[in-house]
Ligand binder design. Structure first.
Ligand SMILES: [Zn+2]
Length: 291
C-alpha cells in the first residue's frame, strides 16, 4: 500500500459498474493504540473500518455512517464510523477471558446507520454470523435486500494495515441496480477477477498496481483519492449535554459521592471532569437557554 489512509473511486468505462478501494494504516493504528485488543479483534476492527470508509464514499451525503454489531460471541459490541467521508473512529468490547479458538461474533445483528447532517436518519439491520458468513457477505446481503443494488466487497486487515475493495452496479433510472446483459457479462467477469485477490495483495499493493493486476484487460478509470484519518467527535460540550440528561439532583448526587463527574471517552481516552461549580453552572446556563 504505497498511499494508505485514503479512498479512491474507479469506474469500468464500458459498463455500468463502479468501484471503491481503500487502504488504512495510521488511522487504523490510532484506533488500535487506544486499547490492548487481542489480534482477532484488531483484524475485525480493521475490516469494519475499511467497510465504513468504502460505504461512506458510495453515498453522497455529509454526515455520519456507522456499522455497529452486537453478537453472542466474544465480541459483544463493535462499532466503526466514518464522518464526512474522512474521519474514522472505531471501538470494540469483548469478553475478559478472550480465547482465539472461540467464535468472535457468533450470531449477531448488525446495524447500518446513516445520519446526514441534514435530513432523516436511516437505519438498516442485517443478521451476521461469523460461523458461516463474513462482514463482506453480511453487507452484500444488505445491499441485495434493502437497496437492490448488486454489490460485492473484499476486506482484509492484519493488525498493521486494513484494506478493502467494493464493486457495485451503478443504479440506473429504469430499474435500480439491474444491468444490461452486456453489463451482466462484465459484472461476472469483474467480480470473478476480484475473487482471485489475496489478502496479502489487498493489504500490500498500491491501488494502481492492484487494479492493473486484476483488471488489466478492462478499461478502468481511476479518480482522485481523498484522505482518511482518525478523529473522535467527543467534546466537553457533548459531555455536558450528557450530564444534563441525568437531571440536576442526580448529577449533584454523583458529585457528592465522587467529588466530581468524570467521563473518559471510550474512543480516544480524552478525559472530561466537571466539579460541583461546573455542574451547577451547566444546569443554570441550561435553564437560561430554556427561558
Ligand atoms: Zn473521544
Amino acid at each position: 500500500m504505497s498511499s494508505p489512509d485514503q479512498t479512491q473511486r474507479f469506474l469500468f468505462d464500458q459498463s455500468q459498474i463502479r468501484g471503491e478501494i481503500t487502504g488504512l494504516r495510521q488511522s487504523y493504528q490510532d484506533v488500535l493504540s487506544k486499547h490492548n485488543y487481542p489480534q482477532p479483534v484488531q483484524r475485525l476492527l480493521g475490516e469494519f473500518m475499511a467497510a465504513v470508509a468504502l460505504l461512506s464514499d458510495t453515498l453522497k451525503f455529509e454526515g455520519r455512517l456507522s456499522l455497529q454489531v452486537r453478537g453472542a460471541g466474544q465480541v459483544r459490541m463493535l462499532m466503526a464510523e466514518c464522518r464526512d467521508h474522512q474521519a474514522l473512529r472505531a471501538i470494540a468490547q469483548y469478553t475478559d477471558d478472550f480465547s482465539d479458538s472461540a467464535a468472535l461474533l457468533g450470531k449477531g445483528q448488525m446495524a447500518i446507520t446513516i445520519e446526514p447532517d441534514q435530513g432523516k436518519r436511516y437505519q438498516g439491520i442485517v443478521p451476521i454470523d461469523d460461523n458461516d458468513q463474513t462482514l463482506s457477505r453480511a453487507l452484500e446481503d444488505y445491499f441485495r435486500q434493502s437497496e437492490q443494488i448488486r454489490t460485492r466487497l473484499w476486506l482484509a486487515a492484519d493488525g498493521q494495515s486494513a484494506a478493502g475493495v467494493l464493486i457495485q452496479a451503478m443504479p440506473q433510472s429504469a430499474s435500480e441496480g439491474s444491468l444490461q446483459s452486456s453489463d451482466t457479462d462484465a459484472w461476472d467477469r469483474v467480480t470473478h477477477l476480484a475473487d482471485t485477490l489475496s489478502d496479502d495483495e489487498l493489504l500490500n499493493l498500491d491501488n494502481e498496481t492492484l487494479l492493473h493486476r486484476l483488471f488489466h484487460e478492462e478499461q478502468v478509470r481511476l479518480f482522485d483519492s481523498h484522505g482518511l484519518h482518525f478523529e473522535c467527535t467527543c467534546s466537553r460540550e457533548r459531555c455536558g449535554n450528557a450530564i444534563l440528561t441525568l437531571g440536576e439532583t442526580e448529577a449533584l448526587q454523583v458529585v457528592d459521592e465522587e467529588g466530581a463527574i468524570h467521563s473518559d471517552c471510550q474512543f480516544c481516552h480524552q478525559q472530561y471532569r466537571f466539579d460541583r461549580d461546573e455542574v451547577t453552572a451547566l444546569f443554570s446556563e441550561h435553564r437560561q437557554t430554556l427561558n
